[in-house]
Ligand binder design. Structure first.
Ligand code: ADP
Length: 187
């Protein structure tokens, strides 16, 4: 099964992807995690990505598309995967369509997590206090929410037209949300 978890920063995509993959035996591919690891290791990719990430800007499409193209072809993705944090622009979504077509696979469901802005800000500030992620500061959070509205929100209609979009309200307990995910993807 191939899934995309779509939603604003703080919507709980990563948390739900982890829960889901344990149950379904598929892998989570998070561009945010891959980029953070590269920043941590100080690789060329990390050096390229860091300034964008700290400001809450998107890393250039060509960079993340290259990451995904490679990652999806690794053997552990054969059974399926959840994309978490990708695609984030129409350009990325179109590139993904091309990659999938070449591999002869398709996305089964795009799960759109809906969470009110006030709740997102509260969660992200809470995470900042706990995890100390360098982009969880008020300035960057504001920017990431705006970038989501400008660049990522258009993907909702993109996938609606393909008839694979499923909506869930991403509030409530982690278990409640996991049940909603399970219900819309039927797994
Ligand atoms: P959040 O959803 O809380 O913003 P992520 O871990 O998904 O957290 O992303 C953190 C940062 O990594 C983003 O603000 C952006 O700079 C970069 N990033 C992650 N995924 C992408 C992507 N698909 N395209 C461009 N930049 C990305």
């Amino acid at each position: 099964m191939q899934l995309i978890f779509l939603g604003p920063p703080g919507a709980g995509k990563g948390t739900q992807a982890k829960i889901f993959l344990e149950r379904a035996g598929i892998v989570q591919i998070s561009t945010g995690d891959i980029l953070r690891e590269a920043v941590g290791k100080g690789t060329d990719l990390g050096k390229q990505a860091k300034s964008f990430m700290d400001k809450g800007e998107l890393v250039p499409d060509s960079v993340v598309i290259g990451i995904i193209e490679q990652r999806i072809q690794e053997p552990d993705c054969k059974k399926g995967f959840v994309l978490d944090g990708f695609p984030r622009t129409i350009e990325q979504a179109k590139a993904l369509d091309g990659i999938l077509a070449k591999l002869g696979i398709q996305m089964d469901h795009v799960v759109n997590f809906e969470v009110p802005d006030e709740e997102l800000v509260k969660r992200l500030l809470g995470r900042a206090a706990q995890e100390g992620r360098s982009d969880d500061n008020p300035e960057s959070i504001k920017n990431r929410l705006q970038v989501f509205k400008d660049k990522t929100q258009p993907l909702i209609s993109y996938y609606e037209e393909k008839k694979i979009l499923r909506h869930i309200v991403g509030t409530g307990s982690t278990t409640e949300i996991a049940d909603k995910v399970k219900a819309v993807v039927g797994a």
